[in-house]
Design a protein around this ligand. Structure first.
Ligand SMILES: [Mn+2]
Length: 305
């Protein structure tokens, strides 16, 4: 085990890395790494997701090396480490998007690892997808959320946490898109027509809850590089209260974990968990869940090795 087991040895100070993993070292062969993107200037309601990546690191301290449900040691198999945080620029959305795109591109070209990204609000996914496109070409997207996120603008502005998906589609970054968990009230009935026009396979929370196997079947039949973007608000606020735009009537923590565990990817290229806002959290419920979702995602990836 490469991990420093601070719980067993009183000689080591526990440091704030994801799951107490080592920090990534230049030149080391790594298949997956944790990466923080602490930016939340594109939210439309509650702020605080800029503290999500550090919150998720804190919430991950109890993760242990062996996943008995998938029979894997994800950290060992992936030689996982923590890359630290991207140097975002508070208050400057466009500049930050450029920094995120360049940082993720650099990580991907230098190391060819799979980043497990902790946001940040959902706007960070757009520059990450741009970097993915530069490296892999069009990628499939599995988008778990209570919101469509394909609105054209908010307050007349194109770059927000509710419009990143439309921008990604317009920019031609995406191949097949599967969305699931949608339940928020919308601005008008036309939003539903947009979903057909945009060519997205979209499952409401009702479809996901009643027939999860249909969603899993769609996800598992995706061919080619695939990116997963998980907005923590797909989970019910009873289980994940620490988020910016909560919507009632969502998944339980057990359901979202089982959903991730059932997924099999031919080529997973990236995975993010966004919209975790620790200031609105209670008893670390949300940050613990988010860290477990990254753990399950790493476990699924590790099955390919
Ligand atoms: Mn959302």
């Amino acid at each position: 085990m490469r991990q420093i087991d601070a719980l067993k040895s009183p000689r080591f100070t526990q440091v704030s890395t994801f799951a107490r993993l080592p920090l990534c070292v230049e030149g080391e062969e790594v298949k997956a790494a944790f990466l923080g993107i602490p930016f939340d200037d594109a939210v439309t309601y509650r702020p605080g997701a800029r503290f999500g990546s550090m919150g998720i690191r804190k919430g991950s301290r109890l993760l242990r090396p062996y996943n008995q449900f998938l029979d894997t040691y994800p950290f060992d198999k992936l030689n996982a480490c923590d890359l630290g945080d991207v140097n975002v620029i508070p208050g400057y959305i466009m500049d930050t998007m450029k920094v995120i795109e360049e940082s993720v591109y650099e990580v991907l070209t230098k190391r060819r690892l799979v980043p497990f990204i902790a946001g940040g609000d959902h706007s960070i996914t757009l520059p990450v997808l741009r970097a993915m496109y530069e490296v892999y070409g069009k990628v499939n997207l599995v988008h778990l959320d209570s919101h469509y996120d394909f609105w054209d603008t908010y307050w007349g502005k194109k770059y927000t946490h509710g419009s990143w998906l439309r921008r990604a589609l317009e920019e031609g970054l995406l191949k097949d898109v599967i969305q699931a968990g949608i339940r928020a009230s919308t601005f008008s009935k036309e939003d539903l027509e947009d979903k057909r026009k945009l060519g997205i396979k979209s499952f409401t929370i009702r479809e996901l809850k009643l027939r999860p196997e249909e969603v899993i079947k769609e996800v598992n039949s995706l061919d080619g590089p695939t990116y997963v973007s998980l907005d923590i608000d797909v989970v019910d606020p009873a289980f994940a209260p620490g988020t910016g735009t909560p919507e009632v009537g969502g998944l339980t923590s057990f359901e979202i974990i089982e959903l991730i565990r059932a997924m099999r990817f031919k080529k997973l290229v990236g995975f993010d968990v966004v919209e975790v806002s620790p200031p609105y959290d209670l008893s670390e419920l949300t940050t613990m869940l988010a860290s477990n979702l990254i753990y399950e995602g790493m476990s699924v990836l590790s099955l390919n090795y």
